[in-house]
Design a protein around this ligand. Structure first.
Ligand code: HEC
Ligand SMILES: [Cu+2]
Length: 399
């Protein structure tokens, strides 16, 4: 009866594995399923659970059995264990079996990854622009108009290619129900592919600690029928102002890595401009023409209406700008700059005031406006000449 303990262990392992697998499959590990990719990931996890639980139960059973069976009994304190050298057959088995298991699980996981990341035909591109602390979605394929939304709308059963960009720090775009997640990294464009296949509304979260407002960086994705999506897209205003708190799309043209790669390097924001048209002059050409005061003001208008995105947020008749996010520069710039508090914080002359307002926007906050909305990095993003041109342009345009 030398084999009795082994038999008992085998029974124990089989029964324990079955109970363990049933329990593990009963646990709802994942949020509701919303995409083709999520289905693949879920199947992968089920296979992993079924493969790993018996191994766990086997190892623990042998460990506990040995601890119990070979424990030291009274009177054995001085005794040594039996001199065992090894067991070649056992060693071959416990090396080969795990090796085969790991190689096959890795191969399977790799095929799932490949299929989830595969290029699908008929895919729709959606640009995801992240910044502290919001997501902005824009739809380049919306019939020639610029559609921007703070809620992500997607048609059911259509592959989507997300192009992720960041305007400031690293963020991470995560829709738990899609089982897909990717970082948005300043300076580069990252690509994520998802095919939503269940109608519904799911949370979108930033999963990279990106600053004080990180926990608020959330929005929703609404997967709707293709016809509902088409009519939503049609109903969106063309060239609408961006959702409050997000940077207008024209600004993103000046962000390195945004849009089509441009040979002129990060600061040349000439490509990928849709609404800005000729306005998005590259840094070099506008600065070379900015010599005299009047040409400088003209260059300033170009910067104002172009890639810097000023006109998306400010109203200014001289530039044909009608933005309403920031102060109306026609109505307020002169009087705001004339207040004592502004003179202290931004400098006494109108020129100094404008210069400071552009390079250190929150040094003084005009009544009714708060910090954190006007981008604070124009001093780095624009050349000194471009800022000078903006200052002359605004000083001459302010009424
Ligand atoms: C995302 C929206 C946004 C963009 C883009 C933007 N601004 Fe502003 N701007 C604001 C807000 C909000 C304020 C008021 C609060 C503050 O000063 O930060 C402001 C304030 C100003 C002021 C001071 C106005 C006053 O009445 O005191 C000036 C001047 C100004 N912006 C110029 C510009 C220029 C030039 C650009 C482009 C290079 C620009 N802004 C881009 C939102 C924006
Ligand atoms: Cu974030």
């Amino acid at each position: 009866m030398r084999n009795r303990p082994i038999l008992q262990m085998v029974v124990f392992v089989v029964v324990g594995s079955i109970i363990g697998i049933v329990l593990a499959l009963l646990i709802p590990w994942f949020p509701s399923k919303g995409s083709v990719q999520a289905g693949n990931v879920r199947t992968l996890y089920t296979v992993l659970l079924i493969a790993t639980i018996p191994i766990f139960v086997l190892v623990e059973t042998v460990v506990l059995f040995s601890v119990w069976k070979f424990r030291m009994r009274p009177g054995q304190e001085e005794m040594d264990g039996p001199p065992i050298h090894g067991n070649t057959r056992l060693e071959v088995v416990w090396t080969a079996v795990p090796a085969i298991l790991i190689v096959s699980l890795c191969t399977y996981a790799y095929t799932v990854l490949r299929s989830n990341e595969a290029n699908k035909t008929n895919a729709m591109t959606v640009n995801v622009t992240t910044r502290q602390f919001a997501f902005e979605f824009s739809y380049p394929e919306s019939g020639g108009k610029q559609v921007i939304s703070s809620v992500l709308y997607l048609p059911d059963n259509r592959p989507v290619v997300f192009k992720l960009r960041s305007l400031d720090v690293i963020h991470s775009f995560f829709v738990p129900s899609f089982s897909e997640k990717l970082d948005a990294v300043p300076g580069i464009t990252t690509t994520l592919r998802v095919t939503p296949n269940v109608l519904g509304t799911y949370p979108v979260e930033c999963t990279e600690l990106c600053g004080a407002g990180h926990s608020l960086m959330r929005t929703a994705v609404r997967v709707v029928s293709p016809t509902a999506f088409a009519s939503w897209l049609r109903a969106q205003p063309a060239n609408a102002p961006p959702p409050i708190g997000t940077t207008p799309p024209t600004v993103t043209n000046a962000v390195p890595g945004y849009g089509a790669p441009s040979p002129g390097g990060p600061s040349s924001a000439s490509s990928a401009s849709s609404s800005a048209s000729s306005g998005s002059t590259s840094g070099s050409s506008s600065s070379s023409s900015a010599s005299g005061a009047s040409t400088s003001a003209a260059a300033g208008k170009t910067v104002f209406t172009g890639a810097a995105g000023c006109s998306g947020c400010h109203t200014l008749a001289a530039a044909g700008a009608t933005g309403t996010v920031g102060p109306d520069l026609d109505a307020r710039l002169k009087s705001d700059c004339a207040t004592a508090a502004s003179k202290t914080a931004r400098g006494a002359t109108l020129q100094q005031c404008i210069q400071t307002a552009i390079t250190k926007p929150y040094a003084y906050l005009p009544t009714g406006h708060s910090a954190g909305i006007m981008p604070s990095n124009f001093a780095q993003r624009l050349s000194a000449d471009q800022i000078q041109a903006l200052v002359s342009f605004l000083a001459s345009a302010a009424k």
